[in-house]
Write a protein that binds this ligand. Structure first.
Ligand code: NAD
Length: 281
């Protein structure tokens, strides 16, 4: 058996095309602000990619870049200013922040209507209580869209989410639960990961452990979504899943790169448009 590769790049391109058309019909351009603190090579690349993609679809982005000495107060003041600025529809704090800063406190300062990353507790809590009119975190939202677009049936399936971060694992588990999967969440203290993987119809992995999940762990025909981004021993970008061995066993699998990554950006842009439309309703 050879699994079908889910092409995230192609789906993201379709979504961006659609967004561009919708945005082209608007009277003003949606706009979002990115707050970047310190020098982190990966963060700088992610920010550049987000701004480039925004430009492609007609969304304006403004970067507020600070050096690592930026204070909590300085950043709070900026967020308060952006919250009040009616021309700014979305605010995103690029993570990780330097350890001297309280990132959660800053996220909580963002106006929920402008929380295009979907990380504010109020947005998360509302979603968990069944409200569907909230901004949802881009990466898990993108994973769900990939699965639905591939025609994967979710209802009644057993889903394993590996990783429990606030930005990927936890919201992913909630989204799959909402789609009537039976969800298990594994993490770094989980004892029997290969056994749990073997029981799962759907595996979504977000650990950042290069090629940790082997094809031999998977149930035949499992659907595998790889969120992880790492480098292998040769410095090549790879995911959490050992792609070659998993491809033989899985029914569907996302590649790294070209799977979840492009969808995360497309979903962020979709969230900016959603925020703009709500603010201008
Ligand atoms: P994180 O470090 O906050 O969380 C990692 C999680 O993995 C933790 O909950 C931890 O308990 C779990 N974990 C670590 N080792 C494990 C093990 N051996 N077995 C089981 N669980 C284990 O990371 P994050 O922000 O959630 O990101 C995870 C990965 O996804 C990273 O590689 C990151 O670069 C990537 N990522 C990709 C995208 C994308 O768009 N493709 C978006 C966000 C994050």
């Amino acid at each position: 058996m050879s699994g079908k590769i889910i092409d995230g790049k192609a789906l993201a391109a379709e979504i961006k095309k659609d967004l561009k058309e919708k945005i082209g019909d608007l009277k003003t351009k949606p706009k979002f602000a990115i707050v970047l603190v310190g020098r982190n090579e990966a963060s700088e690349i992610y920010v550049k990619n987000k701004q480039k993609a925004a430009l492609e679809v007609g969304i304006e982005s403004v970067l507020y870049a600070f050096d690592e000495k930026a204070t909590q107060k300085e950043l709070e003041n900026l967020i308060e200013k952006l919250n009040k600025d009616c021309s700014v529809n979305g605010i995103l704090i690029q993570l990780p922040l330097p350890e001297s800063l309280d990132g959660q406190a800053l996220i909580e300062k963002i106006d929920v209507q402008k929380d295009v990353d979907g990380f504010c507790p109020l947005n998360i809590g509302r979603f968990e209580c069944g409200c569907r009119n909230t901004l949802v975190a881009a990466t898990p939202k993108g994973v769900l869209r990939l699965l639905e677009n591939a025609g994967v049936k979710l209802e009644g399936k057993s889903a394993l989410v590996i990783g429990r971060s606030n930005i990927v694992g936890k919201p992913m588990a909630m989204l799959l639960l909402e789609k009537n999967c039976t969800v298990t969440v594994a993490h770094s203290a989980t004892q029997n990961l290969p056994e749990l993987v073997r029981q799962a119809d759907i595996v979504v992995s977000a650990t950042g452990r290069a090629k940790m999940i082997k094809g031999s762990w998977l149930k035949k025909g499992a659907v595998v979504v790889d969120v992880g981004i790492s480098r292998d021993g040769n410095g090549k970008i790879c995911g959490d899943v050992d792609f070659e061995s998993a491809l033989d066993v899985a029914s569907y699998i996302t590649p790294v790169p070209g799977g979840v990554g492009p969808m995360t950006i497309a979903m962020l842009l979709e969230n900016v448009l959603e925020a703009y439309l709500k603010q201008n309703a």
